[in-house]
Design a protein around this ligand. Structure first.
Ligand SMILES: [Zn+2]
Ligand SMILES: [Zn+2]
Length: 266
């Protein structure tokens, strides 16, 4: 359960080995290959948010909705058992440069892309006036974590926690079951696939950290939000005051999910 220090990791203060590596292998933009930065200013400026107005709960664009929430969220909050997630904020549309950066971070070990993507998260949180008492990266199953060597959500959450000055708690939540990739599954099948996949860390520490607090789950990509909701349900055992989620990107059209098999492979 590491907590971040007072440093601001969003500062471009790379370590000495990183600076040496940059000298030997100057970074190139992951999307357009221009030399200089891992994600260049031109590509960063082309990153789009989903069109406004957006749902106050799930951040999806509102098409012909009368109120602040979309029809799906209205139905959800009226259920006898309301959803565990109070709010989802998404920084950008999953496309172009953001898609390239997320895939490189996740599948090609390009960890330095965590920095520009964390900046996107920080801006989105500030824009949405999203505040929380603690940040929790979405956990990877231990097998996947070992295979990859890192959890990309932790790499994103660490500089975000520094920028927002919110403590990071990695280890409050565990992924206790490996799940099938979500991409080819229907909405209901996705929910069933991730049900029970998460659990609060055993012992009183996790409950002590969460009780009465506003928790913010951080992830790279969300699609239907089923995985975030399953994680939030596990957090409820710690009796937090609220649970929010913040993701870097989401495809704009649910129907296009099958296009990118890399999308939901955790
Ligand atoms: Zn570029
Ligand atoms: Zn909604």
């Amino acid at each position: 359960m590491a907590t971040t220090g007072a440093t601001n990791p969003l500062e471009p203060s790379a370590s000495l080995p990183q600076r040496l590596l940059d000298l030997l292998f100057p970074p190139r933009c992951v999307h357009c290959r221009r030399a200089g930065e891992p994600l260049c200013a031109t590509c960063r400026s082309a990153i789009r948010q989903a069109p406004a107005p957006r749902c106050a709960r799930c951040d999806l664009p509102l098409f012909a909705a009368a109120g602040p929430r979309c029809a799906a969220c209205l139905a959800l909050v009226r259920q006898p058992a309301p959803p565990a997630l109070d709010r989802i904020v998404v920084a950008s549309i999953y496309e172009g440069a953001v898609g390239s950066a997320i895939r490189a971070l996740k599948f090609r070990r390009q960890r330095r892309l965590a920095q520009p993507l964390a900046s996107l998260l920080a801006s989105a949180a500030q824009r949405a006036e999203l505040t929380a008492d603690l940040i929790i990266p979405m956990p990877l199953h231990s097998g996947r974590r070992r295979e990859r060597g890192y959890n990309q959500a932790t790499l994103l959450a660490r500089p975000l926690a520094g920028a927002l000055r919110i403590p990071l708690h990695d280890g409050v939540l565990a992924r206790v079951r490996a799940t099938e990739p979500q991409t080819r599954l229907s909405r209901d099948a996705r929910r069933a696939n991730v049900a029970g996949a998460f659990a609060l860390a055993p012992g009183p520490a996790a409950i002590k950290i969460l009780a009465g607090k506003r928790a913010l789950l951080v992830d790279d990509v969300t699609t239907t939000g089923a995985t975030l909701e399953a994680a939030a349900e596990a957090l409820l055992a710690g009796r937090p005051a609220a649970i929010y989620a913040l993701a870097v990107a989401r495809p704009l059209h649910g129907a296009a999910l099958g296009d990118d098999t890399a999308l939901d492979l955790r």
